[in-house]
Design a protein around this ligand. Structure first.
Ligand SMILES: [Zn+2]
Length: 266
């Protein structure tokens, strides 16, 4: 009798999950604490692999980290973030000038390659990239994606008690991919939209995330940031329209301060 009820529950759940995977909406079966746990574990895996992820020492490059943490502090002022106090929000620099990329792990662990920092022109553009990564973490896109990919099989096995180590297997898989999660297009557009919202609550020019896309369009180098993201054309338009809807505020670029940041890198 009890088993039949569980089976029926699983059948209903599977129907719900299948519907949600079609609509790509924000259903998430994980807890906020699990986001933080996943982030911690991914961060440990990244720190344990200095050949692939040569993370700059925070004591040796204290000036660079002071700039990075100041920018994070500015963005954390935004009222549009949900987990400002809950998430650990850690920023790290990976020493590789040939990689034009940044990525976020759940719980607000974020990684910026020296390549992308050096590619950008001003602090507002870089803040735009950081805001985009913050949005992936704060909107909990990673665990949303995991819910879509593993939700049914994981819940079924957890409910039936068949495979308690499945969570650990997923973490191991994520760590192998270096936290480079493939988000959906919906997630990418949402991250852009929220990036503009976060920037709007600071004194940075909120449109500069689009400035970054425009700079990329005129460059012979195609940043890897875009190989894991949808094509930039419609995103410039979308960023532009969010910015206009909000009132088209013009903010600061901080060009000089940003070159000091770049000069503090190896
Ligand atoms: Zn993204």
């Amino acid at each position: 009798m009890y088993k039949t009820m569980i089976k029926r529950f699983v059948v209903i759940l599977s129907a719900v999950i299948m519907l949600s995977s079609c609509s790509e909406d924000g259903i998430n079966f994980f807890t906020v604490d699990q986001d933080i746990q996943f982030g911690e574990q991914l961060d440990s895996a990244i720190m344990a692999n200095p050949l692939e992820y040569p993370v700059l020492s925070e004591t040796q490059y204290a000036t660079a980290y002071a700039h990075l943490n100041r920018i994070l502090g500015n963005l954390k002022q935004s009222n549009d973030l949900r987990y400002t106090q809950t998430f650990p929000w850690k920023v790290k620099i990976i020493h590789n000038d040939t990689v034009l990329n940044a990525f976020a792990a759940p719980g607000g662990y974020m990684y910026f390659y020296t390549g992308i920092i050096k590619f950008l022109d001003n602090e507002a553009q870089f803040a735009g990239v950081m805001a985009h990564e913050m949005a992936h973490a704060d909107r909990r896109h990673s665990t949303q994606m995991l819910t879509r990919q593993y939700g049914f099989s994981m819940l079924a096995s957890l409910i039936l008690g068949e495979n308690p180590s499945q969570l650990e297997q997923i973490i191991a898989q994520l760590a192998l991919g270096g936290g480079m999660l493939k988000y959906s297009r919906t997630n990418e557009y949402e991250a852009d939209e929220y990036a503009v919202r976060y920037l709007y609550d600071t004194d940075y020019h909120p449109r500069e995330l689009a400035g970054f896309f425009e700079k990329m369009n005129g460059s012979s180098k195609i940043p890897e940031f875009f190989s894991t993201h949808p094509s930039p054309e419609n995103r410039i338009e979308e960023i532009e329209s969010v910015w206009r809807e909000m009132g088209a505020k013009v903010g600061e670029l901080y060009v000089d301060r940003y070159s000091q940041f770049k000069n503090s890198l190896p």
